[in-house]
Design a protein around this ligand. Structure first.
Ligand code: GCW
Length: 691
């Protein structure tokens, strides 16, 4: 680390879209006279960002004492401890806090407007950086007469993106596993890319939405990637050097077999002293090279990755081994709970993949060291468009948990479909596993983590509108109480600068009409009522109703001529409902009370079963599939209104992708409807073609 060095933020990459940080987004800040107090790398970043904004918009910025370009300051950033003794404004802003003296924390800040100056105060430099981006978001509103004082602190301490990027191009999965936005921004063909400007631009985008940690390689750690931990550590350090200026710490996915693969030890047994010594020494070297290294991410005993089971040990033994090595240096291990039998016999109705994470991990609660964070996918299966919340989240009160989302749209249209995921994540974060009086998922989780959707594509995310998912992830991790519509408004205002467009209201309303409900539209034209999958095996794009039905992966729908769905009840099924606390254990168990959207996740029902909506299951399947396609048709029509209101490049890319979304949605509709018509023999009540 090199605190105190002045960093010059890169010019926006010539070939990369500015996403939510175009120069226009800086107008309100860049047009003003600003003063910045404080020292350190992140304060340097704040200063340099404002300096660049001023160069574009005519304002001026001064560092410390003095007036910017001879004018009184209109905007001030200060570390509380750096406030000059005679600075009344800073003191007045500080005094406006509800509880002056109370710490703002390592990332918090306050924005106040005593008099004619907008003041951002923080205890720590990262707070000033996040405060700067808050002022950018607020735009002119931050300088209005009635801006109320407000303290901001992140709800979740670690807000992290996991890249499933491979160093080598994997023969099946390519450069980025489940990546839909081109190659990796970190690696290409076995080598580091070293595109420093792109990495800085990425760090800046992430900081602007609140992300503070990134893991730089795939959780499936292959031979080349394993070496990032040792002889290729410099390549990780180079990335850390670029991201540091924006308060982003780098983490690394490691293989549990590293002592065997990298050091030739005869074992990776977590209780073996040689293994412990190797991890301790290797980790010490990592911190020598990267003092602010975040920690390790591990997928163990899952989908073929090595783990402690080979040595008769459990996940607590495995995770604690790494935690002990990391703890002296302040690092953590994210240990994934995505553990299940992927070689299941489809004939075996007693094995239920939904149960697996709980069965493996809940009994271990209390055995994990404090520096272990058990990372749980938000649903019990695998990032489907609809799943219940994982019961593991309520089952481990003595363990620090990270909840994992998937921003990359593996199962939600692969960044060829518009699918704004914030409403879905918001539902998950607000869910209360113990009922209305209990804590929410956002309150239980220590960290929020997501699989990144970023690649080396010019738009970062392939689909330009998928940028909103990346932005929304960061914002919801900072403040899970934000409404998805508010987050979308922020993203629209920053990205498209509607105020200076020819039709601000039309631009905003059209993007809302296209995006607000797009996740539900996607749900309507794909697998019905929470049953999941029905995707093409392997690449997971497009429909294949029976694609996984007779495979070892444990993802079945059990449709026959009479009905469909998975019986996960305690009474007659796999007993999965019993993994929930009250009241959900009873709600999900009951056919009468189970929410419609999860009915087929929990119950096997006849096609004539009547939903709460009043429709039968079979008619619901037909209706929603016709409706979903109509909604995509409407999206495509609406988008055409935006010709000339968004950049031509964005317009053309989205327009083309909407064509593909429509084609694919029709294919889903026709295959799902035809399939269930053939199975059930029940005609559509409205006589529409079912093929
Ligand atoms: O959803 C599945 C993906 C795998 C992925 C795995 C995981 C990285 O299909 O590609 O592997 O989840 O989460 O580990």
């Amino acid at each position: 680390m090199s605190p105190g060095t002045l960093v010059t933020p890169p010019e926006p990459c010539s070939d990369a879209h500015p996403a939510w940080l175009p120069l226009e987004a800086w107008r309100a800040v860049g047009a003003r006279h600003t003063v910045v107090y404080g020292q350190g790398l992140l304060v340097d970043t704040v200063f340099a960002e404002i300096e660049r904004a001023c160069a574009g918009h005519g304002g001026a910025v001064a560092r410390g004492i003095g007036e910017p370009a001879g004018h009184p300051a209109q905007l001030m950033f200060a570390l509380v401890k750096s406030l000059p003794p005679g600075d009344d404004l800073g003191r007045m802003a500080y005094a406006e806090l509800a509880a002056p003296g109370e710490s703002l924390g390592s990332e918090g800040f306050v924005v106040a407007r005593p008099g004619e100056v907008t003041v951002v105060l923080a205890d720590a430099p990262a707070g000033l950086l996040y405060g700067l981006f808050e002022v950018v978001r607020l735009g002119e509103a931050a300088f209005g007469p009635a801006y109320p004082v407000r303290v901001h602190r992140p709800a979740l301490g670690r807000r992290m993106l996991d890249h499933w990027d491979n160093v080598d191009v994997h023969p099946v999965m390519g450069q980025v596993e489940r990546g839909y936005a081109g190659g990796s921004i970190f690696w290409r063909d076995g080598r580091p890319r070293r595109d420093r400007a792109r990495l800085r631009a990425y760090a800046r985008l992430l900081a602007a939405c609140g992300v503070n940690a990134v893991s730089v390689n795939n959780v499936n750690v292959h031979a080349t990637e394993a070496r990032l931990l040792t002889e290729r550590l410099d390549e990780v350090a180079e990335i850390a050097d670029e991201l540091r200026a924006y308060a982003i710490r780098v983490h690394l996915s490691v293989t549990f077999a590293a002592p065997v693969i990298l050091a030739g030890l005869p074992t990776a047994d977590p209780l073996d002293d040689r293994v412990r010594a190797w991890w301790a020494e290797t980790t010490r070297r990592v911190y020598d090279r990267i003092p602010d290294f975040g920690g390790y991410l591990v997928k163990a005993d899952s989908e073929g990755q090595p783990g402690p089971f080979s040595y008769g040990r459990d996940h607590a033994d495995g995770a604690n081994l790494l935690a002990e090595a990391l703890a002296p240096h302040g690092g953590v291990v994210h240990w994934r709970a995505f553990v299940y039998n992927h070689r299941q016999d489809w004939r075996d109705r007693s094995t239920d993949r939904a149960r697996a994470a709980f069965d493996h991990f809940a009994p271990l609660d209390g055995r994990f060291l404090d520096t272990v964070i058990v990372q749980v996918k938000h649903g019990p299966i695998d990032f489907q468009a609809r799943e219940p919340v994982s019961p593991v989240i309520a089952a481990m009160p003595g363990t620090r948990l990270a909840v994992e989302f998937q921003v990359t749209q593996e199962y939600t249209g692969q960044q060829r479909h518009v699918c704004y995921l914030a409403p879905w994540w918001s539902e998950v974060l607000q869910f209360r596993p113990w009922g209305d009086d209990g804590r929410s998922v956002a309150e239980v989780a220590a960290d929020l983590v997501a699989v990144s959707n970023v690649g080396d594509d010019r738009f970062w995310t392939g689909h330009p509108l998928a940028q909103a998912n990346l932005y929304a992830f960061g914002r919801l991790a900072w403040d899970p109480g934000l409404s998805p519509e508010t987050v979308l408004d922020e993203w629209i205002d920053l990205t498209f600068d509607p105020a200076s467009s020819a039709g601000p209201a039309l631009l905003r309303s059209t993007l809302h009409e296209i995006m607000d409900d797009s996740w539900r539209s996607y749900e309507r034209y794909t697998a019905p009522l929470g049953v999941g999958f029905m995707v093409r095996p392997g690449h997971h794009y497009g429909p294949d109703v029976d694609g996984y039905e007779y495979t070892p992966w444990g993802t079945y729908h059990f449709a026959d001529r009479d009905g469909v769905g998975v019986d996960r009840t305690r009474a007659t099924g796999t007993g999965f409902t019993g993994q929930y606390p009250s009241p959900w254990a009873e709600v999900y168990e009951s056919l009468d009370n189970c929410p419609d959207e999860l009915l087929l996740f929990f119950h096997h029902v006849p096609y004539g079963h009547v939903l709460h909506s009043g429709s039968t299951v079979i008619q619901h399947i037909y209706d929603t599939h016709f409706a979903g396609v109509r909604e995509v048709e409407a999206m495509a029509r609406r988008w055409q209104r935006l010709a000339g209101l968004v950049g031509d490049d964005v317009y053309a890319r989205v327009d083309e992708l909407l064509g593909e979304q429509l084609r694919c949605a029709r294919e889903w509709r026709d295959q799902v409807n035809a399939y269930f018509h053939r199975k059930s023999g029940v005609p559509d009540a409205h006589g529409r073609p079912l093929h």
